[in-house]
Every structure is written in C-alpha cells, then in structure tokens.
Design a binder for this molecule. Structure first.
Ligand code: 5AD
Ligand code: SF4
Length: 491
C-alpha cells in the first residue's frame, strides 16, 4: 500500500458494482460518478448508485456517454476543491459537445465541497445543475426531477437522521450482489473540533446509527456476498448506539455482535481518535478473530505544544501508552497514522518530536499532509503560518521515514502464511488480488472463481506497494472465526 492509498481512496470512478449495473439496460439513462476523498464518500457513492439504480439508471465509465455526471467531492484539503473546479471545466466542454449532438447532460456536485460552498459552486461553474450535501443523497430522485425542470437546485440541509432512516429502510430490502469487502457507515460528523479540520463544519455534529440499523444492514450485506465489512465514521470509535434494551453500546460491543453474523468473517473500522480507544474496543482486538489486526490511529503531530494547539486533547506520552496497551492486546497489529506537517507555529524541534514519535511507534503505513489553511477553522487565522518550502522539506523527510517503515513492515511478511480475502481480478490474466489481514494488497496466481473466498496464502515476494503470494494447496475457503485468527498461529 502506498502512503496515501487507503484514505485517499480518492478520485476514482465508482462504476457498477452495485445498485447500478453497467450496461444492464442499453436504453437506460447513464450515470457517471467520480468519488474524491475518504471511504465515507466511497460508501455514499455506492448508496447513491443504489438509489439511481432503482430510478432506472445504469452506470458508465465514460463521461461522454453520461446523461448524469456526479462528482462526489471532498473538502478536507484545499487542493481537493480546486480539482473539482478544474474537472467542472472539462465537463463543461463535454456537455457542450453532447448538446451539439442533441443530447442532454445533467451535472451534480455532491459531498463536502457541495456542503461547504453551496450555491457558490453553480455561480462559479454554471455547468452545474445540482448541488447537494452528504446528507441529501437519498433525496436524489426528487432533486433530479426539480433540476430537470430547469431549476438550479442547491440542497445542503443537515438531516442526518433522515439519511440514516433511509439507509436502514433500504437495507431491509434485498440488494444486488455486493463485493466481498464493503463499507458500512455507522457514524457521521465530529464534535472534536481539531483546529485544522473542516469536518465538524461540513459533516456536522457527531451522530451514531442505532445497533439495530447497523446489524440489519450488516446481515443484508453478508447475505449479498460481503465477507468483510469496514465500519466507517469520521470519528468511528466515538460511536455509541442504543441497544434493544435501552443500554448504550460502544464500538467494542458492536464489533462482538457483528462477529456473530454468519458469513461475515472479517471486520475493520476507521477512522479512530486516540481519546476514544475504550478498553472494550482494545479488548475486542484481543478477543475477536474476525477483527483484523490493523488500526488507523491518527496522531497528527508528535509535539505536545502542537498537539495542544491542534486541540487534540492528549499528549505524546498518552499516545505512547495507548499504543503499548493496544500492542499488548494484539501483538501483531499493524498501525497506521495521519500526520500534518507545518501546522502554524511548528518549529524544527516540534517537527523532530514528530519524527521521534514515528521512530518509536513504527508504523506499517501512514498518510501525511502539508498543513493547509481551511477557511472557517481556527488554524486558518493563527499567526506563525509555516512557509511553504519548510512544509515541503519536512513532508519529504517524514515520508522517507514512513516509506522505510512501510518497506520494513512489508518485508517482515516474507515467507509468512496468512489468510487473504480474494476481492478482484489482477492486472495480469490468471491473477487475482486480495487483502492480507494487515490491509496489504496481495497478488496471487489463481482463477476468478476464488473471488469472494478466503484462502491461505504463502507470501513469496515483496514489491514496493504490494505483496505476492501463492495458494497453499489443500486449503479451500477458510470460513469462520478461525479463518483469520491473529494471535500468532493462524497467520
Ligand atoms: N491540512 C492538512 N491536512 C489536513 N487533514 C485534515 N485537515 C487538514 C488540513 N487543514 C488531514 C488530517 C486528517 C486527514 C483525514 O486529513 O491528517 O487526519
Ligand atoms: Fe477532524 Fe479532528 Fe474530528 Fe478527525 S477528530 S474529523 S481531524 S475534527
């Protein structure tokens, strides 16, 4: 995995795995969806595809063919919204070309840029017919109808309960086949107000779905072929849901419940805040074979001064102690992290504290970013902004260290046998690709029939961003709680 790969699942088209089927109906209206940013956006795009599928849309990978183009945007760093505007410039040309051929094209901007910028988007890019925030996608049919009447539609209400309600209603109905590894949003929004971050403003306050809603959706997913679920939330380990008897559950208890669902062999969750790693959640890593030995636990900085300025509300020592407790519970866990370099006021010493933290923790992978000023956040108006060239130099140094740790971590898998959930065809004929328990892609020689199964694989070769392995003869689809046992033996 590259440093940025999993969080920056970014800039991908979301074709037809799900509700929307590619070219299933040749005369159907076609939708082209591009997803930027985090996995929550990937999940939202999939749910938008579900909604559009029931409206008779089929998916296309070619924007030129599309009757509807949706950009599902991310606002976390400034470049992301600039990318959206430049993409809209390109779309304008395609829309004009289609108009010459007598064909219509509707253009929608969804996600956090839509939420943050609202009607500014259609002012700046008149090609846009429809602007809607992350909490409105279930109302897409209604919004599309309005927009096709010629109105410019801007819908940025926060009505997260309605969205969750809708998700749960859908989950109760049968769905088309889902991929072997899929996302499930359990929580949205954030109350932490880190001083660099727009999420509390774009996604709003923290809201959790109920145990029942989540369990229903997870069962439905398992019945549709999903073997691995990643629970999603901007602050996922702050999730707390109401159980049937009025008790409040934490994420650890939820994971235990989900592990009982037949056919669901692997669980993951992301993204976590160090302050919300409850004992019960750490114990779930010790006790649950289904819970994969991988944890994304952003610290952002290794300097106490900067952590305080970021409003992270913990110290570096508290983070070290937390990591020790997690590793005690799950010794082979792969840790991943986010770092920001060049937060306002960051000195060379502060930066060296971050480098020291990385050396001490030893990560399997990490994402790292230059601080960018996000309008409306406290950080944007802090004095002592760090010059761009200093940020660039620090980022380079940090990424080199992380790259070395990632290489070392990957190399430590050489010769190991582990379980791999096979997810898709590989780049070469006769090759399939899956994920190791530590979220590394593993390429294997094998037939497509293996997709959706969990196989014992010996890791034979390590490349920069992925592993290569070979099937261990005689092992076929390892099912159940022993399949991914991560307390030594099984892996
Ligand atoms: N500048 C740089 N990086 C940021 N992130 C969030 N906001 C900013 C910002 N203003 C990073 C954090 C977060 C990840 C998703 O994006 O590291 O954990
Ligand atoms: Fe943003 Fe901080 Fe909330 Fe994460 S915990 S979403 S970084 S405010």
């Amino acid at each position: 995995m590259t440093h940025r790969q999993h969080q920056e699942a970014a800039d991908q088209t979301t074709p037809a795995q799900q509700g929307v089927q590619a070219d299933a109906r040749p005369n159907a209206r076609k939708v082209f969806m591009r997803t930027y940013g985090c996995q929550m956006n990937v999940y939202d795009s999939e749910r938008m595809n579900d909604v559009l599928g029931t409206e008779g849309f089929s998916a296309t990978d070619s924007m030129e063919d599309a009757d509807l183009v949706i950009l599902n945007t991310c606002h976390i760093r400034e470049k992301a919204s600039e990318k959206v505007y430049s993409e809209l410039g390109r779309i304008r040309k395609i829309k004009e070309e289609r108009a010459l051929a007598g064909k219509d094209m509707m253009v929608g901007v969804a996600g956090c840029v839509a939420q943050a910028e609202g009607d500014e988007i259609s002012r700046r890019a008149p090609v846009v017919d429809l602007v809607f925030g992350p909490q409105s996608y279930h109302r897409l049919p209604e919004l599309l109808a309005k927009a096709s009447g010629g109105a410019k539609v801007v819908e940025t209400e926060f009505d997260i309960d309605a969205k969750f309600e809708h998700l749960s209603e859908r989950a109760a109905r049968p769905v088309l086949k889902r991929p072997p590894a899929a996302f499930l949003t359990v929580q949205e929004g954030c109350d932490k107000f880190c001083t660099f971050c727009v999420v509390p403003y774009t996604r709003g306050a923290e809201v959790s779905r109920s145990v029942e809603q989540i369990v229903t959706e997870a069962k439905q997913m398992a019945a549709s072929g999903v073997r691995e679920i990643t629970l999603l939330g901007q602050n996922v380990n702050a999730w707390h849901g109401l159980g049937a008897n009025g008790e409040t559950w934490g994420l650890g208890r939820l994971l235990r419940r989900l592990a009982e669902i037949d056919g669901l062999d692997r669980l993951r969750y992301t993204t976590s805040h160090p302050r919300d790693m409850a004992d019960d959640l750490i114990e779930a890593h010790r006790d649950l074979a289904e819970l994969m030995p991988y944890l994304h636990l952003p610290v952002q900085s290794g300097s106490d001064r900067i952590l305080a300025a970021m409003n992270r509300k913990h110290t570096r020592d508290e983070y070290f102690r937390l990591v020790d407790r997690i590793r005690e519970a799950a010794p082979d866990i792969a840790l991943s992290c986010d770092f920001i370099v060049g937060f306002p006021g960051e000195t060379d010493q502060d930066f060296q504290d971050t480098m020291d933290l990385i050396r001490r923790v030893e990560y399997g992978s990490a994402f790292s970013f230059k601080y960018s000023q996000r309008p409306g956040t406290p950080g944007a108006t802090m004095s002592d902004q760090v010059p761009e060239d200093v940020k660039s130099a620090r980022l380079l140094e940090l990424q080199e260290l992380i790259a070395n740790q990632q290489t070392a971590f990957n190399a430590s898998r050489q010769g190991m046998t582990c379980n791999v959930l096979i997810e898709r065809k590989g780049r070469h004929a006769g090759q399939v690709v899956g994920k190791s328990p530590w979220l590394q892609p593993v390429a294997i020689d094998g037939s497509e029939d293996l997709i959706g199964t969990i196989q014992a694989v010996e890791i034979t070769r390590i490349a920069a961003n992925s592993l290569f392995g070979r099937l261990i003869a005689g092992h076929h689809d390892l099912i159940g709680s022993t399949a991914d046992g991560h307390q030594g033996g099984g892996i």
